[in-house]
Design a protein around this ligand. Structure first.
Ligand code: ATP
Ligand code: MG
Ligand code: MG
Length: 352
């Protein structure tokens, strides 16, 4: 049978591997770290560094198509891999989403709204940007940020120098703080044939920069719901995208602003595992394998809650609750801020 290569062995790689296996594919993980969560469920795992040319070549030759669970794969790694097998989603999606400045320019050029932003290189450029954008504002590293890491909130202009110093010279962008009504995300998919589909947008709540909860249905109006789906489709088409894409949105009085995009399955799409016939992981595997996209209609109301660090203490009680589906990642070591698993609380249509 066909084999799917997955770069990265975290929980997203794990759940992609399960979906691949369910469709009869063999999942092959490439991951530099020891004992990755995905290694427990994938058919094969290669443990090697991102610059190991021989290991990358052997990995690529062993699969039919290569995908990834995170967007920060080094460019040189991608260059080596693509000599052997197609990488889906493609390079353009990675180029755009690896850098917040490139990403914001891309979104703006597509005619989509974002928070006001500026390229920050020096204290002078930060002070200039603050005078234009105002406070509060958020200074973010252009690259490698996740779960709110690499971000400094600037409450007043006098805090500029300290905030910049904390980023230790990393290239950055300044974003105006968006007074949003709520946050939502669209998990969208595009097939090899260009077909596009979206899951119902979910409403997201964060704590300390980390996603805590996603609720479907969201409180979005019908009009905003179609805005969200249409803008996701616009992004997919502009990138000639193949696979699942996460689009994080701020909902404001005047409309939707794009926060960021993730060229992969997304934490805020985990509810689809228990709310849809075909979830985001299967949809991604279908897309990159050139299959028709599946039926992602929502058939239940779902609240997804992440189990982060000590939240794992709630497990025995959670396990016995009606309507609760557990999804645990098999991480041996519990650490503060570490995503250990999630639960989907399900209420079927019949119960409403
Ligand atoms: P992820 O894990 O989603 O990749 P990240 O580190 O890339 O996170 P962001 O998505 O940029 O971080 O920000 C995390 C959260 O912080 C957002 O979901 C939002 O709640 C808040 N936030 C970020 N930027 C802004 C902004 N400009 N205005 C208001 N809130 C913001
Ligand atoms: Mg991000
Ligand atoms: Mg985010």
């Amino acid at each position: 049978g066909a084999a799917i290569g997955i770069l990265g062995g975290g929980q997203l790689g794990r759940m992609l591997s399960v979906a691949a296996a369910r469709l009869g594919f063999t999942a092959h993980i490439f991951e530099p770290g020891a004992n990755p969560p995905a290694g427990q469920v994938a058919a094969r795992t290669t443990t090697a560094s991102w610059d190991d040319a021989a290991a990358l070549a052997a990995f690529a030759e062993s699969v039919d198509v290569i995908t990834y669970e995170f967007e920060n794969i080094p460019t040189a790694t991608l260059d080596m891999l693509q000599q052997h097998r197609p990488i889906r989603p493609g390079r353009e999606a990675l180029r755009v989403s690896q850098d917040r400045l490139v990403e914001k320019d891309f979104l703006r050029d597509l005619g989509l709204e974002t928070a006001p932003y500026a390229d920050i290189t020096t204290l002078a450029s930060l002070e200039e940007a603050l005078s234009r954008i105002g406070t509060p504002a958020i200074l973010k590293t252009r690259r490698f940020g996740y779960d709110g890491k690499g971000q400094m909130r600037i409450g007043k202009p006098e805090e500029a120098a300290d905030a910049l110093a904390l980023l230790a010279g990393a290239p950055a962008v300044l974003e105006g703080f968006v007074p949003f009504e709520c946050e939502v995300s669209v998990i969208a998919a595009r097939g090899l044939d260009g077909a596009v589909t979206c899951f119902d947008p979910g409403e997201n709540e964060h704590r300390d920069g980390i996603l805590r909860r996603t609720t479907v249905p969201s409180r979005l109006s019908i009009a905003r719901r179609s805005d969200a789906v249409l803008l996701a489709g616009k992004i997919l088409n502009a990138l000639d995208y193949v696979g699942v894409l996460g689009v994080e949105l701020f909902v404001t009085e005047s409309g939707l602003l794009v926060n960021e995009i993730a060229p992969r399955v997304h934490n805020s799409g985990h509810w689809t595992q228990n709310g849809c016939a075909v979830d985001q992981f299967e949809q991604h595997i279908r897309a990159i394998a050139g299959w028709p996209l599946g039926d992602g209609q929502r058939h239940a109301d779902v609240v997804m809650e992440n189990l982060i660090g000590d939240d794992m203490d709630q497990l025995p009680a959670l396990a016995g609750e009606p309507g609760v589906a557990l999804h645990l990642y098999g991480k041996a070591e519990v650490r503060a801020g570490r995503k250990m698993g999630h639960v989907n609380r399900i209420r079927s249509r019949a119960e409403r």
